[in-house]
Design a protein around this ligand. Sequence first.
Ligand SMILES: CC(C)(COP(=O)(O)OP(=O)(O)OC[C@H]1O[C@@H](n2cnc3c(N)ncnc32)[C@H](O)[C@@H]1OP(=O)(O)O)[C@@H](O)C(=O)NCCC(=O)NCCS
Length: 172
Amino acid sequence: MEVTKRVFLTELNQPSLEFMARWRPDPEVDRWMETHVESLSLDQQQAWWEKTRLDPCKHYYAIYERGADEFPYLSVGRMLGWAQVLLTPPSQAEVGLVIADPDSRGQGYGTLALDGLTEKAKAMQATRIVADILPSNIASMRLFANAGFRPSEYLPDHCERGAVIRWTLAIT
Ligand SMILES: CC(C)(COP(=O)(O)OP(=O)(O)OC[C@H]1O[C@@H](n2cnc3c(N)ncnc32)[C@H](O)[C@@H]1OP(=O)(O)O)[C@@H](O)C(=O)NCCC(=O)NCCS
């Protein structure tokens, strides 16, 4: 388990799969994703994870808030969302993240989680990190721009929802 200030990135486990199954179809999450998901059962979520976890290029994480007690580095607070680093050879990492509950957004959690993802991508020897973002997703574009990413490509008809803008961070 890795600690990044107020936020932990951990391996996915049963409670986090339940969290993802509950939140992924939520309209306030779904609208920012490349594909529409109407509903998702826990069985479907578990089946996805059983398959995905076998792929060494796909790394998924639960985003947790750090606990607030006197040993904050040892205690886990509430789950906030999930994130991924997908290695697309030769040395590119595609990252993405979700802070699920809209009430938890705008408080810096996304920024801290992206820091953690960038560190993980570096540890995986990636030399370039990319994120594909829907052009309407102002919050996400601000998040990535603040972290040093820059728009590098416009990809029309990239996904079910149409075009995305690819944001890139070169790692020196
Ligand atoms: C995008 C997301 C991960 C950002 O996480 P967050 O915890 O809300 O972001 P932070 O609080 O760290 O803020 C990062 C930047 O986003 C901005 N931001 C956050 N919510 C915003 C909103 N609703 N509208 C506009 N900007 C917003 C913040 O103001 C900040 O930019 P600034 O410092 O220039 O003002 C989160 O909003 C989210 O999960 N959204 C839904 C899923 C999604 O879009 N995922 C990304 C797919 S590419």
